[in-house]
Design a protein around this ligand. Structure first.
Ligand code: SF4
Length: 328
């Protein structure tokens, strides 16, 4: 069948004072129902901009979609009138942001905040919406008896659970979670991730999980896309990308996973900084930092290619051309 979400060649720019910042360039992603995609990269790689692009929430101005399409269930979101888009945002696609406080109203009880969303997005009356909100609280592991408490009475992890309950109150087909556990301590992180895994199994919700944490993504996701300087440099099923890593940037990232059994000195940080997106290097955007760069890399930007291993493991690197002939 057709994928739930298909992002084709999406490019988004920000224009400030006549200077153009290429926030994301030629992004391609597909997601089927019930699938979870991890979007990985350093701060500024374009992960959040990609998500905002899918939700059509890129602030305009200064941002705008410079090209590409976003198909949701076969319909191009970038062509929809704003009122239809708002419906999709409320009913079909929900987004969870990093800091739960940005999504919660401090002067409204958590229960009423969930009930309000239920009332707007489901055909129920007020008393039914309250009951539904209590169910949602229980579902995310908060006793229904805490319906009438305010956000400040909850811990960080509990607040993020409330945000998840609100996001799920409209039974979205797609949930986009932007670093949903980054602000939480490790134990609570694990609980929230377990909760999200459970919900995915129970409701077959597709998810895009934005993270800079490879371990988190490995736990929750079916596939992964690695972003660098606004582009996807490597993507595919999680096992292929983690076990048959092809792109020098991904290799560098994986090399820098802290190993608890090793000394800190043995980490392999990637030398250098991500380029300024207003002044991207010519050729491969990673070439100034790439330990494997050749003369070609600073002149010609690599096209995405499938590796031999599987058609859907895609790598953008001159060294990753598929070998058409087998040795021997
Ligand atoms: Fe490195 Fe060249 Fe591959 Fe870019 S194209 S990642 S510079 S080897």
């Amino acid at each position: 069948g057709q994928p739930l979400l298909s992002v084709e060649n999406l490019s988004i720019v920000y224009e400030v004072g006549g200077e153009i910042t290429r926030a994301v360039s030629h992004i391609n992603l597909t997601l089927n129902r019930g699938e979870t995609l991890g979007l990985i990269g350093e701060t500024g790689a374009g992960k959040t901009t990609t998500a905002l692009g899918v939700m059509r929430l890129v602030p305009n101005p200064p941002g705008r979609v410079a090209g590409g399409k976003v198909f949701y269930d076969g319909c191009d979101l970038l062509d929809l009138p704003e009122d239809r888009m708002r419906e999709i945002r409320g009913n079909k696609v929900s987004m969870i942001f990093q800091d739960p406080m940005t999504s919660l109203n401090p002067v409204m009880t958590v229960g009423d905040q969930i009930a309000e969303v239920v009332l707007i997005h489901q055909s129920v009356d007020k008393p039914q919406s309250i009951n539904k909100a209590k169910e949602m609280l229980e579902m995310v592991g908060i006793p229904a008896g805490r319906y009438s408490e305010y956000p400040h009475q909850f811990s960080g992890g509990m607040k993020q659970r409330v945000v998840i309950a609100i996001a799920l109150a409209c039974n979205p087909d797609l949930l986009i979670a932007d670093e949903p556990t980054t602000a939480l301590d490790v134990t609570i992180q694990a609980q929230v991730l377990d909760l999200m895994k459970g919900l995915k199994q129970k409701y077959n919700t597709a998810m895009i999980m934005i993270s800079h944490d490879l371990g988190v993504v490995a736990q929750v996701c079916d596939k992964v896309a690695i972003m660098y300087a606004g582009e996807i440099v490597e993507s595919g099923p999680i096992r292929d990308v983690y076990q048959n890593t092809q792109h020098p940037y991904t290799k560098g990232l994986f090399g820098s996973i802290p190993d608890l059994n090793k000394d800190v000195e043995r980490l392999v940080p990637i030398k250098g900084l991500m380029p300024d997106p207003t002044h991207l290097p010519k050729g491969c955007r990673f070439h100034p930092r790439c330990p494997e760069a050749t003369a070609l890399c600073s002149k010609v930007s690599p096209k995405p290619v499938s590796t031999l291993v599987g058609g859907d493991h895609i790598v953008s690197c001159h060294l990753a051309h598929p070998q058409l002939e087998c040795a021997g």
